[in-house]
Design a protein around this ligand. Structure first.
Ligand code: SF4
Length: 438
């Protein structure tokens, strides 16, 4: 017999879909089918069932040979590494729940670590811009029910947030948007003709790296001031047409992604996009929202915010929290040889950091905590397998619009498998013993 678990939350992207249904065996051991999720979300659930899944900790010796370790050994190695390091880096946190993130923050404080999340290579620039100029934003529910002008700037939800358009931004029939996509105009700004751009009413195919100029030009066009014939490769008429389309809407929302956060001008692209949003509010209602990537990267920023006052790149090495991205951010620290141990949880810097940083991790005492064997595992000295958050353990997660949603447990983890939170609590307890802290 099988049963259906309803209202399941997808632990993959920042859309954090909470309408999934999962067919499981009635002993709660195995997932049979996943309904309502996109292909990426479905794969995340099914992948947890892999027969060759890593179930015991693995340690790597100096010759690169791997051998099994006990959970006690994994806890001891991790606790000794963090307690003895002068300035350990504790990185990741975007693919786990807030409960685990908060224990991680406690360990970081006790060990004088730098605690940083994946925003450092993603929407960290957005957070800096928001600190500089503020942000007029909203929730995805408001987008669904009210927004009739949608901009996707430097993002491609058709591939990266596959159900964003169908759940919130383009297709749903909301309270005041009863005609669904027919009630909305869609503008895409991207140098490439992406699958999202193919659906747009206006595609501004700008020259790469010239977003700041085009955002400035849109501000000029909103004021009705003169523009040159072309800006960033876009004809004046197209820019004026886009500005008029936005002005004529009842509610404009600008969604933006890594095309602007990680291209030339970085946080200044976001500053001016926020200023454009503020300008639009003189004509109509407008809001702006980052397309946050991992399902709980927002949660990591929230938890660090409660604990230390800063959302990422928090340096606790002097016994109080300091925040200075560019100085206290992971890649900068690794490249300058300023950290002497690396702890990674819920992220894969081995695959996503520049090779210069990955080489540094390979030469340091290091631990990778992840349900999967990843490229980060390959450069770490110890791999600790854990339960999948959102599949085998629930917990608090935050959607891209900072709405908290409680993820559900769907099936049991393999016998003996700890959760991130359980492992971190054991490490914290042992660090307290080593440091003689009550
Ligand atoms: S859109 Fe994102 S959250 Fe929704 S099912 Fe797909 S991967 Fe999961």
């Amino acid at each position: 017999m099988a049963k259906i678990v309803t209202d399941v939350v997808c632990p993959f992207c920042g859309t954090l879909c909470d309408d999934l249904e999962v067919k499981v065996t009635d002993d709660d051991k195995q997932i049979l089918e996943v309904y309502n999720a996109c292909v990426i979300g479905t794969e995340k659930f099914l992948h947890s069932q892999a027969k060759d899944r890593l179930k015991v900790p693995m340690k790597q010796d100096e010759e690169g040979n791997w051998s099994e370790a006990s959970i006690n050994e994994a806890v001891e190695y991790t606790a000794q590494m963090l307690a003895k390091a002068k300035k350990p880096l504790m990185y990741g946190w975007s693919s786990t729940n807030c409960e685990a993130q908060s224990v991680g923050g406690e360990i970081a404080e006790l060990c004088g670590a730098v605690v940083d999340n994946t925003a450092t290579v993603c929407h960290g620039t957005t957070l800096i811009a928001v600190q500089d100029v503020g942000v007029p934003s909203c929730t995805l529910g408001e987008v669904k029910n009210r927004a009739d002008r949608i901009i996707f700037w430097g993002c491609n939800p058709a591939h990266a947030h596959p159900r964003h358009m169908s759940r919130y931004s383009i297709f749903p029939r909301g309270f005041f948007t009863g005609k669904g996509h027919k009630a909305r105009k869609m503008i895409v700004v991207d140098p490439r003709t992406t699958d999202t751009a193919k659906m747009a009413d206006i595609h501004m195919q700008l020259e790469q790296g010239r977003d700041y100029e085009l955002l400035s030009a849109l501000r000029v066009a909103l004021r009705g001031a003169p523009l040159p014939e072309k800006v960033a490769g876009i004809p004046r008429e197209t820019i004026i047409d886009a500005a008029e389309t936005l002005k004529s809407g009842r509610f404009v929302v600008i969604f933006f992604g890594m095309g602007v956060t990680q291209s030339l001008s970085k946080n200044h692209n976001i500053d001016i996009a926020i200023m454009l949003t503020k300008d639009l509010n003189e004509h109509t209602k407008a809001a702006i929202m980052p397309m946050r990537g991992h399902y709980n990267v927002t949660g990591s920023g929230e938890v660090l915010g409660w604990q230390f006052g800063y959302p990422f790149s928090v340096d606790l090495s002097r016994g109080f929290a300091r925040y200075n991205p560019g100085d206290s951010s992971s890649n900068d620290l690794l490249r300058r040889d300023e950290v002497d141990a690396v702890f990674v949880l819920g992220s894969d810097p081995g695959a996503h950091f520049p090779i210069s940083s990955v080489k540094k991790i390979a030469n340091l005492p290091s631990v990778c905590v992840d349900p999967h064997y990843t490229p980060t595992t390959a450069v770490c000295k110890l791999h600790m397998p854990v339960a999948f958050v959102g599949v085998e353990v629930g917990g608090c997660t935050y959607r891209m619009d900072a709405v908290p949603i409680h993820a559900r447990k769907v099936v049991d983890a393999p016998e003996g498998m700890l959760t991130d939170e359980e492992f971190l609590k054991l490490v914290l307890k042992r660090i307290k013993e080593i440091k003689g802290v009550a």
